[in-house]
Write a protein that binds this ligand. Structure first.
Ligand code: ZN
Length: 325
């Protein structure tokens, strides 16, 4: 049996046909929002799913058994309801019900997109060898899926596991959640961009300026890594600052859950060994009771941009309950 996995993002909706071994047989993406406001995000989702159903018939003689959707924001899995999504401007959208009303008859489920990425990595990616691991996706914010003894920890009403909104700095930077000093406000890609810009304004001779053609608005989450690898002093300063905040947050997670591994995905993780070596060195020196507690491996995610889509396609196997559509 094949499955459809959908990863709904603020810019694109990615969708794929996945076989029962987690292989992506076909994938495509559509824009989340249309220029024509009469066509809603749900219409785009429906059209994409319909397209994938037809595509499955043309590329495979295997039936589709399931459709899983990873949605950003707060999701009520049991009711198939997207309770709140800032990126999509959704408030209490009964997404499964709406897709059923439009005529989709294949069983469907939704979950939060960080969790679908976590399921993908645990079942088919960097987490395959672990029973207890935390998959963190670092982008504009920090999302996470916490797996303990092979089971996703969800908290009351599926609302737990928000490691991005644990405190790193009292009275610190304002976070999107309204508090000050959250881990996310110090270790997201957005925070790294902020440190990069601050350092560039402080040191106009940094190599980083030439890499953005003198325009600070071109700074992204990879610039400081690129220039640090070229031994630019300012860029190294930025990376060391970023690694410090990221690693301190990781230490909090290690001390709370003591997982076997912390798996990091998202654009920043693609800088690879350069970043992971620094994090692992930092935590090895500071981890609470490190000499008498099991080591936590901080490693790079394996499935890249496909993790959310692949994990979404298997959420019905990994998660225990939730309503079939
Ligand atoms: Zn927060």
């Amino acid at each position: 049996m094949n499955r459809i996995g959908i990863d709904v993002g603020g810019t694109f909706i990615k969708g794929g046909i996945i076989d029962d071994k987690g292989n992506v047989l076909f994938s495509t993406k559509v824009q989340t929002f249309n220029d024509d406001e009469k066509i809603s995000v749900v219409d785009n989702l429906y059209n994409l799913i319909n397209y994938l159903i037809k595509k499955n018939k043309s590329i495979s003689d295997t039936f589709l058994s399931f459709i899983g959707l990873g949605i950003p924001g707060i999701v009520n899995r049991k009711k198939g309801l997207a309770e709140f999504s800032g990126n999509l401007s959704w408030n209490n959208v009964p997404i499964i019900g709406l897709l059923k009303d439009k005529g989709i008859t294949i069983p469907m489920k939704i979950c939060n997109d960080s969790r679908s990425a976590c399921i993908g990595e645990m079942m088919f990616g960097a987490g395959m060898q672990y029973k207890s691991a935390i998959v963190m996706t670092i982008g504009t914010g920090i999302g996470a899926g916490i797996v303990i003894n092979g089971k996703l920890f969800e908290g009351n009403g599926d609302k737990g596991g928000e490691v991005g909104h644990t405190l790193l700095m009292m009275n610190g930077e304002l976070c999107t959640c309204g508090r000050h000093g959250c881990f996310e406000a110090y270790a997201s890609a957005k925070a790294l961009i902020r440190y990069t810009k601050e350092e560039m304004l402080y040191n106009k001779n940094s190599l980083m300026w030439s890499h953005v053609y003198g325009n600070i608005e071109n700074v992204d989450g990879t610039l400081a890594f690129t220039c640090a690898k070229l031994n630019d002093k300012s860029a190294n300063k930025v990376i060391n600052k970023y690694v410090k905040y990221l690693s301190e947050g990781i230490l909090n997670i290690c001390n709370c859950f003591r997982p076997e591994a912390i798996i990091i995905g998202g654009g920043i993780s693609e800088t690879g060994d350069f970043l992971f070596k620094k994090i692992n060195e930092y935590i090895a020196k500071r981890d609470y009771g490190y000499k008498c507690t099991p080591k936590v491996n901080v490693i790079q995610a394996k499935l890249g941009n496909s993790a959310g889509m692949i994990g979404a396609a298997f959420m019905n196997e990994f998660l225990e309950d939730g309503e079939n559509g």
